[in-house]
Write a protein that binds this ligand. Structure first.
Ligand SMILES: O=C(O)CCC(=O)C(=O)O
Ligand SMILES: [Fe+2]
Length: 208
């Protein structure tokens, strides 16, 4: 009896799932760039965070910078189009996003990049995702965030004031249109006490 009750309570706590994408709200940024935002798209985000921390094969990378090797200030994992994702709800998320944006995007989301910001010292510097086609074509990058909120900043390439969107706890942000080449984004370091956050970035093939 006791064991049964514990099991059923655990199952309830384990309810990880997605809401509807219909509540997504768009902000036009200018220059053909836009962002869509849907706070709390994923329920059970704290559970998913805990599972991803434990189960994803996180990699610490080092990169050549300013003539020396420096630690990339976050942990990373990458899943190609054919790789099984670390939790079934991420496959559901990718399918739901592909269906919702099918007409506008004209192709599915395929790859998933994961970033793990362990605390406020972890960050990503200003950049656009323009290593692939995002540097020359309109495309989309959809980001699902779990764990503690961190500010994502967006600013026009070449200068202008920045927008700030705190993202965590199951929030969805989609960057679309020309966003990767006409705007830049960053997760700045934070000196405030900040809990850990994981972001999952879904991209179409050839966008990086
Ligand atoms: O963690 C995020 O929300 C942004 C990550 C990002 O911009 C990237 O990996 O290209
Ligand atoms: Fe990015």
């Amino acid at each position: 009896m006791g064991a049964y009750l514990q099991g059923s309570l655990f199952d309830q706590a384990d309810d990880i799932g997605l809401g509807s994408l219909r509540g997504t709200r768009r902000t036009e940024l200018g220059s053909g760039a836009w962002i869509d935002l849907l706070p709390g798209w994923l329920r059970g985000a704290d559970d998913l965070f805990t599972r991803l921390v434990a189960e994803v094969p996180w990699k610490a990378e080092r990169r050549h910078m300013y003539e020396q090797m420096v630690d990339v200030p976050r942990l990373l994992a990458f899943y190609g189009a054919e790789d099984p994702l670390p939790h079934p709800v991420l496959s559901e998320a990718r399918e739901a996003l592909s269906a919702y944006y099918a007409t506008e995007l004209g192709e599915p989301f395929t790859t998933a990049g994961l970033c793990y910001y362990r605390d406020g010292r972890d960050s990503v510097a200003w950049h656009g995702d323009r290593i692939g086609r995002g540097g020359t074509e309109d495309t989309m990058v959809a980001i699902l965030s779990v764990g503690a909120p961190r500010d994502l900043l967006l600013r026009p390439r070449g200068g202008g004031s920045a927008l700030r969107r705190p993202l965590g706890h199951g929030d969805l942000l989609v960057m679309g249109g020309s966003c990767q080449r006409t705007w830049e984004h960053a997760i700045p370091k934070s000196s405030r006490a900040t809990g850990p956050r994981i972001s999952v970035q879904f991209r179409p093939s050839g966008v990086a």
